[in-house]
Structures are given as structure tokens and as C-alpha cells.
Design a protein around this ligand. Sequence first.
Ligand SMILES: Nc1ncnc2c1ncn2[C@@H]1O[C@H](COP(=O)(O)OP(=O)(O)OP(=O)(O)O)[C@@H](O)[C@H]1O
Ligand SMILES: [Mg+2]
Length: 416
Amino acid sequence: MPRTDADVESARIAVLPTAVADGIAAGEVVDRPAAVVKELAENAIDAGATRIHVRVEAAGQTLIEVVDDGRGMDRVDLPVAFRRHATSKLRSLEDLRTIETLGFRGEALASIAAVAEVEAVSRSRDGGEGFRVRIQAGELLRAERVGCPVGTRVLVGQLFYNTPARLKFLKQPATENAMISRLVGEFALGNPQIAFSLDVDRRHVFETPGTGDLRAAFAAVYDTQTATAMLSVEEATVRGLISPPALHRGTRDHVVILVNGRRIQHRNLVFAVEQAYRGLREPDRFPLAVLQVIVDPAEVDVNVHPTKREVRFRNEGAVFAAIERACYHALRQSPLYELQATSGGPMLELRETAVVSGAPSLPSPASGGGGVDPSGGGAASAAGVRGPAAAWLPRGRSSHGHGPDRPACRPRARAL
Ligand SMILES: Nc1ncnc2c1ncn2[C@@H]1O[C@H](COP(=O)(O)OP(=O)(O)OP(=O)(O)O)[C@@H](O)[C@H]1O
Ligand SMILES: [Mg+2]
């Protein structure tokens, strides 16, 4: 469909002036199927969706579909959305200081449409009919009226059909699927007010209720027992869930930190979480956490990297301290944990004891003795941790003959 300048001007979505576009961290972000899912899901969140459904087939190579019930786009906006630097979320570089949306570069849809066959169907909340466009290799092929509910559905097919180099670098389908599942799971945990669902190769992976209850979202993404065992973090600027010390994983992948709703990758802030567990965990075991950190947008620079997952803080030390403190407080209110010798010899176990009300501080991990519930009761049971399985054992010394990566409490995890 030919576009006129009048179309572009009348749209809420506008193409950024070159000076603004040049000031935004640019670069290719669509390097694998999970990146497509990320961009489409972020658009759905920015559109104020209350339900987001993600469907992938053949590890995203034949199909990625994201359906939302957000504000949708009208006849004018829908085709413009696929132009490079076309965005409704930012007009000037000044806006970056207060940006609250996940997207702002106006590049994602254009980048996806350049390497796949795309069909988008949308109907605006503001009224009017539904509209469908098809784009192939960045070229708009068809635009037509169509009956559809308010919201947007984007279908991406034949991903990387014209960029064989990128196809070559994709991992095994199971690995790509795992990345997608993890990503959607993290979106669901970061946005418990949105009902997320994920289908992979027609298999229903999970569905969150979208009630705003983080623990309920956590139960859907992991499982109820793990969710029940998680501890609430309830400070003014740091909120979420962290695992009790007896619940851990062999990687840091289960620490999800969001800053103003944006999932970020930040080694130092993950370390802040770990610091709160000082003395309560093995060096090669890591907690589970979902933490929402609220920071004045003017204090965070999100324009660092094209994926926007790296951010810079004006005062990183303060954010670090807030996270560590909030996690520490949550752990203080958890059941008491003590490290002690097992009857069998020098091997050490960490077991949960009964909740000790008014415990003044975290127990010293070296204190030993007293109050052990050998049945692994209390929160340990709630965590699905039974008997000796409630214990962590030093690396390579599991009495169950499992490798060191065996979690003390294995979730029926589907997404994460
Ligand atoms: N699911 C959706 N619902 C409503 N509007 C959408 C949706 N997806 C995209 N849009 C509109 O299309 C525009 C372009 O989307 P695109 O993802 O390319 O850029 P962006 O989100 O503005 O920035 P970024 O490149 O950082 O993601 C958005 O600014 C938004 O106005
Ligand atoms: Mg976007």
C-alpha cells in the first residue's frame, strides 16, 4: 500500500527525525526467535494489554504469534508501525529521561519484518474496524479490512528465510524453545497483572491468572509448592519474592530483576541479592528471586544498549544497597536455618527449623545445634522439600547420588 506523508503525519505513530533516531542506541536486536518474542511481548505490554498469548512452532522458525487485547492500532497507524524509527512512544531525546514504556526506538517491527514474513491484524480501542497488513522482506504486500477483536495479533513466519547466516547460528530447537519459555516466564513474573499464556508446538506450557498476585503468577510459571515457599520482599522501592536458603539452583538464571518494570541484566545487582544470603548458601548454589525495583526514571539510563536490557544508574550503590537490605529483611523473617553436623559424620547439612518468632537476627551459619525438625517440616514441606531432600549437601556429596546441580527442591518447572 503506498504511504503518503499525510498518512504519517496523521498517525499517532511518527517517524523520528534523523537527529533523534541517531541519538538512540541502535543495532540489530533480532538475532534469534526469542528476540522476536521479546519485542512483540514488550509492544503488547506497552499497549496496556491485560492478556497476552504467545504461540511458537518449530522453535519459532515456522511461527511466532503474539496476541494481545491492548489498545490496538487503527488503519493509519498499523502500516506506519513497520517503518524504521516509527514510534508512538518517544518524540525527542529529552523524553528518554522520563520514558516509562519498554520500547522507544521504533525499530523492532521494522527489524522483524526485514527478516521474516509478517502478518499483523489490529483494531484500535478508539473505535473503527480491524485492519490487516502483510509484510515480506520489509515490503508491505497487502492491507485490508478484517473483523477482529480490539487488540493486536502479530504472526511471524519463515524467520530468517533471507538471512541464512542467522539461521546457521541458531541453537537446537529445544534450546531455542527453552529461551522462549524462560523469557515469557520472566515477562509473566514481571507483570503479574497481565494474564500470560504460552503454547510451544501446540503444547500448553503455562498460563498466569493476571490478577496482580505475584505468588499466583510464580505458581503458574514454576509450581505451587515452590511459590508457597518463596519469601515476600516488601520494601517501598524493592518488592517481590525470594527463595528461602534451602531452595536454590545451580545457576543465576532464576534471579529476575526488573527496574521500573523493565527486566534488566545486571551482574552487580544479582550479586546484591546473593550478598543477602551471605553465610546461608554454598558458593555454587543460587537463590530464586523476582524483584521489582522502583527508581526515579531520571536516575536510570535505558539508552545504553539496543536490547535495553543493560541500564546505567546514576547511583548504583544506592540501588545495590536497597536490594541487599530488602532481601536481608525478607530472610530475617523467614524460618530459622541452621547448619549442623549430621549424625553420619562430618558432612554438613542446612536444614530448616521451626519458625522462631521474634528471632533477632539471621542465625550464624556456623552456630549449629538446636531445633532441627528432622522431618523437614514447616516451610520445608511447603517447598516440597521432604526429609533429607530438605538439606543441601556440599557439592558432589549428595546422599541421593545426584549431581551437584540437582536442586534441593525441583520445580515441575515448565517455563523456568
Ligand atoms: N501490540 C501493539 N499494540 C499497539 N500498538 C503497537 C503494538 N505493537 C506496536 N505498536 C505500535 O507500533 C509502534 C512501533 O513498534 P516497534 O516495536 O517497532 O517500536 P517501539 O515499540 O516504539 O520501539 P522499540 O523498537 O524500542 O520496540 C509502537 O511505537 C506502537 O505505537
Ligand atoms: Mg517495540
